[in-house]
Design a protein around this ligand. Structure first.
Ligand SMILES: Nc1ncnc2c1ncn2[C@@H]1O[C@H](COP(=O)(O)OP(=O)(O)OP(=O)(O)O)[C@@H](O)[C@H]1O
Ligand SMILES: [Mg+2]
Length: 345
């Protein structure tokens, strides 16, 4: 149905994440969800796109010399402009398929901590990828809308979006940001923590894909009550003799490896509470904290945060989709949310 004779809107909302990119099309919902990865063939010094998204992610850490797999987003912002643009173009084209299309209006969310230069880079690459207009919306607002929080009421709402690159802690009231802080700690740092811990304590070298699999399979933010938790078999390279090796690790080891990033996330929440005006802070004590993003799915993170802050903590439904859904809603109800969408800077 969509796109017949260009009668239907092709306006889009994009969550351009460090780990995943999601595209929401007005009136249709989320139509694309793929890793933010691009693989290139390098021939005579020239780069040719080989794969984007899911297929490219499978190549990360497994490429021969002639192929390069790149994640163009780092810590929530564009790290490689040309590659990011290729990726956005590819995804927009994929969503449009062959239906006729007038240039779409596109809303993209940006981390609260993004600098004006970083914001301009995001807007510019969306425009060069074929958008007619590019609007930016602060990511915490999208996350809160997508999590179904009543952000337009005169009351304090705290949302903590834990992505691949950043964690954004924000307090919202009356549809806008009262306080927000972005720390460059998220899922990637957790993966690094696991890699470093295994290298230091087990003399085992593993890649990022294995680290992420460990985190999503037995990862936990709290030391297991029995001091060990469940086990997992993993493979890597023995640093002592250089050969592949298989070992069994338990959740206690992973909890130790993740202790630092988990602590940093807890601290960011505490700092936000201290900086929040007292009446709004009282609302947050009543309503609790909402977690969104893929990092919110880390085992027992909600419990660890509850123990450390004394607040009640919930994980949003579809936490990986919240930001895209919220940005999509901002597109659908643009009139009501005009004040937070920036088409200019
Ligand atoms: N079950 C899980 N347990 C722990 N971490 C998880 C789980 N599922 C996904 N993740 C992690 O969530 C992260 C991706 O989350 P998300 O898609 O929200 O990030 P992003 O929006 O791309 O990044 P950012 O918002 O920082 O730009 C990855 O680091 C991924 O490993
Ligand atoms: Mg995100």
């Amino acid at each position: 149905m969509a796109g017949i004779g260009g009668l239907f809107s092709s306006d889009m909302a994009i969550d351009l994440g460090t780990a995943n990119t999601l595209v929401y099309v007005k009136g249709r919902g989320i139509v694309l969800n793929e890793p933010s990865v691009v693989a290139f063939h390098v021939r005579d010094g020239r780069k040719q796109v080989l794969a984007v998204g899911e297929d490219a992610k499978l190549m990360l850490g497994r490429t021969p010399g002639s192929i390069e797999a790149i994640r163009p987003m780092r810590e929530g912002v564009i790290a490689d402009f040309d590659v990011a643009e290729e990726m956005i173009k590819y995804f927009i084209r994929k969503v449009h398929k062959r239906t006729t299309f007038t240039k779409p209006k596109i809303i993209v969310c940006v981390p609260h901590g993004a600098t004006p230069v970083e914001k301009r880079a995001i807007r510019q690459s969306v425009l060069s990828a074929g958008a007619r207009r590019a609007g930016l919306i602060p990511e915490p607002i999208s996350a809160a809308i997508g999590a179904g929080m009543p952000i337009t009421t005169p009351s304090g709402n705290m949302v903590v979006d834990i992505g691949g690159g950043t964690t954004e802690v924000a307090v919202l009231s009356l549809g806008d940001i009262v306080y927000a802080r972005s720390i460059r700690v998220g899922g990637d740092r957790m993966d690094d923590g696991i890699i470093n811990h295994l290298r230091r304590h087990q003399n085992l070298l593993i890649g990022e894909a294995t680290a992420e699999r460990i985190k999503t399979t037995i990862g936990t933010a709290r030391m297991p009550d029995d001091g060990r938790g469940s086990n997992m078999l993993i493979r890597g390279r023995d640093l002592l003799n250089g050969v592949p090796k298989e070992i069994e690790i338990n959740q206690a080891l992973v909890a130790e490896a993740l202790a630092e990033p988990v602590q940093q996330i807890c601290e960011a929440v505490m700092i936000a509470l201290e900086a929040t005006p007292p009446d709004l802070a009282a609302d947050i004590v009543d309503r609790g904290v909402m977690l969104t993003g893929g990092g919110a799915l880390l085992g027992e993170l909600d419990l660890a945060l509850r123990e450390q802050t004394g607040l009640s903590v919930s994980v949003a439904d579809e936490s990986l989709n919240c930001v895209a859904l919220g940005t999509g809603k901002a597109l659908e109800y643009e009139k009501q949310l005009r004040h937070v969408i920036d088409y200019e800077s």
